[in-house]
Design a protein around this ligand. Structure first.
Ligand code: MN3
Length: 206
């Protein structure tokens, strides 16, 4: 089955004022859709791969993917997986934005405090040169902050994404222009910690 655009769990304007409606709309309907279309087009030639989830295609440095489409699946399959994940870990629901649960405790244990974690994550996001992502991942049961270039996913290296931030300019330029720092600062307000906690709980059981 062809990969499909997942339903956005909220309205384009519902993360305002932190993330503006126009950015959400373009990011979802244009950028995400384009990754999806190019992923599907590449897989047409190897249609048996449609049986695999995108996460399975990316696993083990794309071991399951033939050489001739590997670069396309890396970029566009990565783009599809990363954005599908990104929509889920943001929310307009004030209650879901509360930093609590097992993940909150695990973050405090690993990084000292929420503030220290936030600072380190934000700094990593700010220092990502060019386009890419910053992640909180589970790497062999240890929480780590990592950064990936382009649309590379931590899944390629066997790390499980727990939280992720898109720092491609298309994710903030309309509202924040060159001010990535401001975008990062505002983004913390919309993180869906309830969902992140569920992802974490699922990941530590694996
Ligand atoms: Mn993006």
């Amino acid at each position: 089955m062809k990969h499909e655009l997942p339903k956005l769990p909220y309205a384009y304007d519902s993360l305002q004022p932190h993330i503006d409606a126009k950015t959400m709309e373009i990011h979802y309907t244009k950028h995400h859709q384009a990754y999806l279309d190019k992923l599907n087009a590449a897989l047409e030639k190897h249609s048996k791969l449609f049986e695999k989830k995108v996460e399975e295609l990316l696993a083990d440095d794309l071991k399951a993917v033939p050489e001739e489409i590997k670069a396309v699946v890396r970029n566009h399959g990565g783009g599809h997986a990363n954005h599908s994940f990104f929509w889920e870990i943001m929310t307009p629901d004030i209650k879901a934005r509360e930093f609590k649960g097992d993940i909150a405790q695990a973050i405090k244990d690993e990084f000292g405090s929420y503030e220290k974690f936030q600072e380190k994550f934000s700094e990593t996001a700010l220092n990502r040169f060019g386009s890419g992502w910053t992640w909180l991942v589970l790497n062999n049961e240890k929480l780590e902050i990592v950064s990936t270039a382009n649309q590379d996913s931590p899944l390629m290296e066997g790390k499980i994404p727990i939280l992720g931030l898109d720092v491609w300019e298309h994710s903030y330029y309309l509202k924040y222009q060159n001010k990535r720092t401001d975008y990062i600062k505002e983004w913390w307000n919309v993180v869906n910690w309830k969902k992140v906690n569920e992802i974490y709980q699922g990941a530590i059981k694996k």
